[in-house]
Design a protein around this ligand. Structure first.
Ligand code: AKG
Ligand code: FE2
Length: 351
């Protein structure tokens, strides 16, 4: 008989028959605002065809309403999405001890472990993940898959290249919806002209095992991403929910080949608050496990500061947020969590 400690190790959640108290969440007020049966077409995050000639307007409207949108015809092949999903499945299906061998070191965020936002919540989340924030995944893959290491590294490399291309395209649409271009942001212009990398990015592979009591459990608690933007691929089991004052929590049902784009806090700052970052979370399922692959783009590397775009702020302002580097923002986020954007404000609009 396994000990309690072994039983609730994060790599083994899927084998538990009952929900341990440390994983039992209380419902929040937003949970009851809108039952899912009352959701109408207007009340879901729209799917936008990137080849639509109105793409900029459609993205702008979706972002102002939801802080998120879904995309089809985005140029990422179904094969690549299937490949990365099967990489996740192969990894998370391994016995717990083998997954823990790929655990993140004390120094970094890369590697296997529980959600990074866990310390901000009293209850534990029903998920595990693998973060690829630097090249150290190659060593971890070599240990995990000595014979298929090249194949799996190749999938990650291809995913990074394709997502970077898509990110550039999405940034230009998002800026277009605000009446500006890459040329209006010094660091974006430089990267565009030189073709150099767009800076900080990481990939998070999330796994949500089946859960004996999904109504009381939480896969990933409510948060906004710290990024400029996030591109999310979800497997064919629903679970992602976005929050809107008027509607409460709304499920973003998976559609094969369709990707979800979330506006992150740093775009909220860039747009001077015109396009809000989206509060979202992931629920879990009684009979089916779920995978999501999340590409997090944090903006320029190093000491480059992100600030409200001056053309959006206008000659008389006010500029609502102070300039900040990605590293500094992350540090603040992991100190004050959901108060991080407020901590960046220089003017309170109600004053
Ligand atoms: O699994 C999901 O759908 C959400 C994942 C997410 O929000 C994240 O990793 O930041
Ligand atoms: Fe997220």
């Amino acid at each position: 008989m396994p000990s309690i400690v072994e039983e609730i190790c994060i790599g083994n959640l899927g084998s538990l028959q009952t929900l341990p108290d440390s994983f039992a969440w209380k419902p929040t007020s937003g949970d009851s605002v809108l039952p899912s049966s009352a959701t109408t077409v207007e009340e879901t995050v729209p799917v936008i065809d990137l080849s639509d000639h109105d793409v900029t307007t459609l993205i702008g409207n979706a972002c102002k309403t939801w802080g998120a949108f879904q995309i089809a015809n985005h140029g990422i092949s179904q094969k690549l999405l299937d490949d990365i999903e099967s990489l996740c499945k192969t990894f998370f299906d391994m016995p717990s001890e083998r997954k823990l061998e790929a655990g993140s070191s004390d120094k970094g965020v890369s590697g296997y472990g529980e959600p990074r936002i866990s310390p901000f919540f009293e209850k534990k989340m029903w998920s595990e993940g693998f973060t690829i924030a630097d090249g150290s995944y190659r060593n971890q893959f070599r240990t995990t898959w000595p014979h298929e290491y090249t194949k799996y590294c190749g999938i990650i490399e291809e995913y990074e290249v394709e997502m970077e291309k898509l990110t550039r395209r999405l940034l230009s649409y998002l800026l277009g919806s605000l009446g500006v271009t890459m040329d209006d942001i010094e660091w974006a212009k430089k990267s565009e002209n030189s073709g150099s990398e767009m800076g900080r990015r990481s990939i998070r592979l999330n796994y949500y095992p089946v859960c004996p009591e999904p109504e009381r459990a939480m896969g990933l608690a409510a948060h906004t991403d710290s990024t400029i933007l996030t591109i999310l691929h979800q497997s064919n089991t629903g679970g992602l929910q976005v929050f809107r004052e008027e509607s409460g929590w709304v499920t973003v049902e998976p559609v094969r080949g369709v990707l979800v784009v979330n506006i992150g806090d740093l775009f909220h700052i860039l747009s001077n608050g015109k396009i809000p970052s989206v509060v979202h979370r992931a629920r879990v399922n009684h009979t089916r496990s779920r995978i999501s692959v999340v590409y997090l783009w944090g903006g320029p590397a190093g000491d480059v500061e992100i600030a409200p775009i001056s053309k959006i702020v206008g000659p008389v302002g006010p500029s609502l947020y102070r300039p900040i580097t990605w590293n500094e923002y992350l540090r603040i986020k992991f100190e004050v969590f959901d108060k991080a954007l407020d901590a960046m404000r220089v003017v309170n609009p109600t004053n």
